[in-house]
Design a protein around this ligand. Structure first.
Ligand code: C2O
Ligand code: CU
Length: 485
């Protein structure tokens, strides 16, 4: 028993305390562990500092790039915890501007969601904030700044949060690829002058000219023939929709946005789309010959870039015949059942943007406005005619347990990656065509011209953001929220 086992004195005498201990195993103390740690002082939180840093984004033979980091790395410090564990993070802001940390895709109490203006005050320079929550879901998640996020995320304030299954599936390697893009100027540094560009806001967001995987232009992954690999992909780019493909290697998609699903085949060379903020977990059974290499490629504008390689060991072989029995990840706790009958319904019409039309009635921060007002305010996007940075009224209010169905109407020329905080959503239909059992996602790409129905089951009480994860669009007016309870 840990030396920290110091039960508070109670009215129970020593004898009855011993009796309680002896009978503990049979007591219905669900979730309460009587092994010393449950009573121990909680371990110190992990410190997470947002701070400027220099990283070799362009490679080791070129000068490092000045970025903003979590703990001096890009992507930021990796959190890897076990499902059911508590994560405690003391965020310290060492930047010259306010910031916050949002735990993307994680089910947690509203006060831990990290959204200034909705769930907490921004953390001022020199300030700190302690985030603490228990990881209910296993899966691939991430965290990023939610204050001035279009700039702060583009400068590097993002990282991965991996929550391992209580019993992880057997794989030979568990690999992470945090994909990102950066806009580098001619001086080899981040192009700061273009931050806030109205062109970016009104078009497809800030697209970079440098792609990275785990903060490098390319990464080699050492493998052996016969390896079974779990590959966790995360699109951390501000606005770029990525397509990734693995030459010569079939994969199975076993989770999206952290949530397990019935495995779906991803045949070799077929690209997997990942909108900003989306994640995918893949299983690959490595069938290449010793000594060979296989490129990992992304579509980047009109180019195809090699961002990594699987490099087979020259001799060593894990298995002569790669495994083929499928893996199915264990389910996470349920999100509830989508009840269409009696569901609360909301409609979200997205208009504006470059080459777009605007509704006749426009509002901005509670007042009637013109298109010129919107453009002058840097808010060229409207949700139901409102361009406010964050709307005064929620999109809907729902009691916990209630199904809410949002009809999202993309009435503009751009695709949008709609993200709901604290809740995963099910895509029920596209343009009126019902979908069967779509996976639960926290970010859904809605193409130009499409109308989709997104369903969620209201859970934790609080104010939850709902916005486009093309961060310039969110900054430009595509941000609203819903209230639970
Ligand atoms: Cu990953 Cu509100 O964001
Ligand atoms: Cu958008």
């Amino acid at each position: 028993m840990s030396r920290y086992f110091l039960p508070k004195p109670t009215r129970l005498g020593r004898r009855s305390m011993l009796g309680v201990m002896a009978g503990a195993a049979s007591l219905p103390l669900s979730g309460l562990s009587l092994s010393g740690t449950a009573f121990a002082n909680r371990p110190d939180p992990t410190i997470l500092r947002a701070m400027p840093g220099q990283v070799p984004l362009l490679g080791d033979d070129l000068p490092p790039v000045s970025v903003w980091t979590y703990e001096q790395t890009v992507p930021g410090r990796l959190f890897r915890i076990r499902q059911g564990d508590e994560l405690r993070v003391r965020f310290q802001n060492r930047l010259a501007e306010a910031s916050s940390v949002h735990w993307h895709g994680v089910r947690l109490p509203n006060a831990m969601d990290g959204v200034p203006g909705l769930t907490q005050d921004p953390v001022p320079p020199g300030g700190e904030f302690e985030y603490a929550f228990t990881a209910r879901d296993a899966g691939t998640f991430w965290y990023h700044s939610h204050e001035n996020s279009a700039q702060q995320v583009a400068r590097g304030l993002l990282g991965a949060l991996i929550v391992e299954e209580a019993e992880p599936p057997a794989v030979d390697q568990d690999l992470l690829m945090v994909l990102d893009d950066w806009r580098i100027g001619e001086d080899g540094q981040l192009d700061l002058a273009s931050f806030g560009s109205m062109h970016d806001v009104a078009h497809g967001g800030r697209l970079g000219n440098l792609a990275t995987v785990n903060g490098r232009r390319s990464q080699d992954f050492a493998v052996r023939r016969g390896d079974r690999i779990r590959l966790r992909l995360l699109n951390g780019a501000n606005a770029r929709i990525l397509l990734i493909r693995f030459s010569g290697h079939d994969a199975k998609v076993v989770a999206l946005d952290g949530q397990p699903m019935a495995p779906v085949d991803l045949p070799a060379n077929k690209p997997l789309p990942l909108a900003p903020a989306q994640r995918a977990d893949l299983i690959l059974d490595m069938g290449g010959d010793p000594g060979t290499e296989a490129p990992i490629e992304i579509a980047f504008g009109r180019k195809v870039l090699e961002i990594g390689r699987f490099v087979y060991d020259k001799q060593a072989v894990r298995r002569d015949n790669p495994l083929d029995a499928p893996i199915r990840l264990p389910d996470n706790p349920t999100f509830g059942t989508v009840e269409r009958d009696g569901a609360l319904r909301a409609r979200l019409v997205m208009e504006g943007g470059a080459m777009g039309q605007f509704p006749d009635k426009l509002t901005l921060e509670g007042k009637a406005a013109s298109v010129d007002d919107l453009v002058a305010a840097g808010l060229p996007w409207t949700l139901n005619g409102d361009a406010s940075a964050i709307s005064a009224e929620p999109l809907f209010r729902a009691a916990p347990g209630r199904t809410a169905i949002v009809e999202v109407v993309n009435n503009n020329r751009w695709a949008h990656a709609m993200h709901s905080h604290g809740h995963h959503m099910q895509l029920l239909s596209i343009d009126g065509k019902p979908l069967d059992q779509a996976p639960w996602r926290d970010t859904v790409l809605v193409e130009s011209g499409e109308t989709v129905e997104l369903a969620l089951v209201a859970s934790e009480p609080g104010k939850w953001a709902f916005h486009c994860h093309m961060l310039e669009h969110a900054t430009g007016g595509m941000m609203t929220w819903f209230q639970v309870g």
